[in-house]
Design a protein around this ligand. Structure first.
Ligand code: FAD
Length: 323
């Protein structure tokens, strides 16, 4: 049995969890058709069981007591452990998000087994071998999980969330979970939805103009925004920019933001830290603008302009408008 910890946002199954279920199907097939079950904690909309069934899930184990209305890593880990007790699963897995890694690490600790985070490929069952991302996605590492159950998380976008070729209806079964004192001590107090449509536009944009700390402040993005508009593209920013509250999170590119693969990426005032690079490395052409010729983004770029973005970008905009 394979059990997948499924995340939901407002009762809707997260894309990363459907990816994890698609990944689980590969394992299931390699194991001769091992059933795939899912654990869902908290509210689940009517479409959830159908969507999970289409992804290949056989049984949805639902922990829907009031304690699960908000996220708590410890409580959700208890639910996965309860599912493991019930199913005797040999594989426990989730999506490689902050929450998925939090939950699966707690599960592994309770079971005293190893955990592999951010797995991108399944290599074989015996020995149980997977490839995972390390160093913020800059390198890949093959690891063997010798203990049972095998516990791991699947990196976002490692596989596509495709429907199963053959899928029946999934059974929705209540999951009884006994929480321990302290399980709800650390829990989410508020959740702010990101603009997923805008983030989707960024991911699929053919041109992305990037702006980082070099923008200098919240008022420093006008020229980059104008360039993006002139080229029919989108603005993407570094994490420093979103952490400082200069721009919204849905515009962030990188390991903890959107992964982009445009025809042209124009990062301005972005140093090119590996966590940012993890999100833009698939860009076909990179044209970097930076005052520091030795910044990693400049050395990796297809074309590099050494200069102040507040001089270079307006000049480019003017030239485009003139034509
Ligand atoms: P800096 O590194 O400070 O670089 C600013 C650059 O601007 C410098 O190269 C400088 O020479 C140049 N500059 C300054 N002024 C100008 C000017 N006027 N004109 C032109 N150039 C100028 N980062 C991300 O971006 N995305 C992520 O998803 C992400 N996830 C992370 C996850 C983890 C777990 C961790 C630890 C970090 C993560 N980071 C991420 C942060 C990352 O490590 C860097 O701190 C961040 O990318 C740096 O942003 P920056 O390039 O804008 O700023």
């Amino acid at each position: 049995m394979i059990v997948v910890y499924v995340e939901t946002v407002g009762g809707v199954v997260a894309e990363v969890s459907l990816e994890a279920v698609a990944f689980a199907r590969t394992l299931a097939a390699a194991g001769g058709g091992i059933p795939v079950d899912a654990v869902v904690c908290g509210p689940l909309g009517d479409a959830g069981p159908k969507e999970l069934a289409e992804a290949g899930v056989r049984t949805v184990l639902h922990a829907d007591a009031g304690e699960f209305d908000v996220f708590s890593g410890a409580a959700h880990a208890r639910a996965v452990l309860a599912a493991r007790e019930q199913t005797r699963a040999v594989v426990l897995m989730g999506g490689g998000t902050n929450r998925g890694n939090d939950v699966m690490a707690r599960v592994a600790t309770e079971l005293d087994v190893a955990m592999a985070a951010n797995v991108v490929a399944f290599e074989g069952l015996s020995p149980f071998t997977v490839t995972r991302q390390v160093v913020g996605g800059a390198a890949l590492e093959e690891v063997r999980l010798g203990s049972r159950p095998a516990v791991f998380s699947v990196a976002g976008h490692a596989v596509e969330a495709t429907p199963a070729e053959t899928a029946g209806p999934a059974t929705l079964t209540p999951l009884a979970v006994t929480l321990e004192p302290g399980d709800l001590t650390v829990r989410a107090v508020s959740v702010e939805a990101v603009d997923t449509e805008a983030a989707g536009n960024l991911k699929s944009a053919r041109v992305v103009v990037g702006a980082g700390r070099g923008a200098g402040g919240p008022e420093g993005f006008g020229d980059a925004l104008e360039l993006a508009e002139l080229l029919g593209g989108q603005l993407g920013v570094s994490r420093v920019v979103t952490s400082l509250g200069w721009r919204p999170h849905h515009e962030q590119v990188g390991q903890t933001g959107s992964r982009i693969s445009p025809e042209v990426y124009i990062p301005c005032g972005i140093s090119g830290a590996i966590q940012h690079w993890a999100g833009c490395a698939s860009s076909k052409v990179i044209l970097a603008v930076n005052t520091d010729a030795d910044a990693p983004m400049m050395t990796k770029a297809t074309y590099a302009v050494v200069g102040d973005m507040h001089e270079v970008v307006p000049a480019v905009n003017e030239e485009i408008r003139r034509r």
